[in-house]
Design a protein around this ligand. Structure first.
Ligand code: FO1
Length: 330
């Protein structure tokens, strides 16, 4: 077994980007290789620009330029352009686009308009911080896929309305009860170039502690990716995004409820299922607080590893990455 493993990480959101930094550091120390397949279903068009929140959180996090307190956006950013956009009534006044961050959105949109694919655009964005990033970032697909949320209309007319995930997440903080999530564009989507190849040659595939429904879910829903993970030659290991019955970050509890998945470490493990039983996981890391759930995970046919899961600082995050690699056999 390789001492310098090649790992594919499926990730999205603030938790995914924080975990990726620890995994990159641990693999770098071992001479290993990291490919990150990023969720792109959070993407949106706004103010004439293509914005890719999960891709950018991953990019900024690995480059060391992310605002780690917020979990997204650039450290030390300012809002001069945003104030002008709001004055013109362009964009959403509750969706913050920092000046430095806008540099990425403008560059990306300009390259897309010139005909570059999202994969090429992401390669160009990461080339700027190639040495710092120390990983290869791939979008899950080059197709335009978005996550929309069907919610009950609060107006007099009643019925249901469909809003973009970012509106539901950042404006309403997931307080408008969803009927369901939809991913327009998913049916015709194909995995981005390099995604299936990376999974097929990886020594391990890791599910970051990201939202199982709106971050990992869309990646696995791209036709071909779920099957590739199920057939991966390396072990498939996941890290629970739920500790003590609550999400580590974000509003995953609401997303899980809509999907009918219990908001618990064993509930999410069961949602992904055991590879031995037609599912995806060989092993699952759950928090010490959830040690009592380990037998339930094991009874699903998934190896249960009880470990400290809180990513409170670089050392603990890297230790979690080392534990994840150990669960993968490295
Ligand atoms: N999150 C917020 O809570 N408020 C915002 O105004 C906001 C703006 C924003 C702009 C660009 C970007 O790349 C991300 C942004 N996020 C913002 C984060 C984002 O909404 C979510 O955290 C992720 O999409 C969930 O994974």
């Amino acid at each position: 077994m390789s001492a310098s493993p090649s790992v594919v990480l499926l990730a999205g959101g603030a938790g995914g980007s924080a975990f990726a930094v620890g995994l990159r550091d641990e693999l770098r120390a071992r001479g290993g290789e990291l490919t990150v397949v990023c969720n792109t279903a959070d993407d949106l068009w706004l103010a004439g620009l293509r914005i890719q929140p999960d891709v950018d959180s991953m990019l900024y996090g690995l480059a060391g330029v992310k605002d780690t307190a917020k979990g997204w956006g650039r450290a030390g950013d300012s809002l001069r352009v945003a104030a002008e956009l709001h004055a013109w009534g362009v964009g959403w006044d509750w969706f913050e686009l920092g000046d430095l961050d806008l540099g990425a959105h403008i560059s990306r949109t300009s390259w897309l308009r010139e005909g570059a694919s999202p994969t090429t655009v992401l390669a160009r964005l990461q080339a700027r911080w190639r040495d710092e990033i120390g990983a290869t970032l791939l979008p899950m697909t080059d197709a335009e896929v978005e996550t929309h949320v069907v919610i009950e209309d609060s107006g007099d007319a009643g019925g249901a309305v469909t809003i973009h995930f970012q509106e539901w997440w950042t404006r309403y903080r997931a307080t408008r009860e969803p009927e369901r999530f939809e991913n327009p564009g998913m049916t015709g989507a194909r995995p981005a170039p390099g995604v299936l190849e990376a999974i097929a040659r990886a020594d391990a595939v890791v599910f970051a502690p990201s939202n199982p429904i709106v971050s990992i879910g869309p990646i696995l829903a791209v036709p071909g990716i779920r099957d590739a993970v199920a057939a991966a030659p390396g072990r498939v290991v996941g890290v629970s995004p739920i500790i003590g019955g609550a999400p580590v970050r974000g509003m995953a509890d609401v997303c899980l409820r809509v999907a009918g998945v219990p908001c618990s470490a064993d509930g999410v493990a069961g949602h992904f299922g055991a590879r031995a039983d037609g599912g995806l996981l060989d092993a699952w890391l759950l928090a010490e607080e959830d040690a009592a759930l380990a037998p339930a995970v094991a009874s699903l046919g998934i190896d249960a590893h009880v470990r400290p899961l809180w990513m409170a600082g670089p050392d603990l995050t890297r230790a979690l990455a080392a534990d994840t690699l150990a669960a993968a056999g490295f």
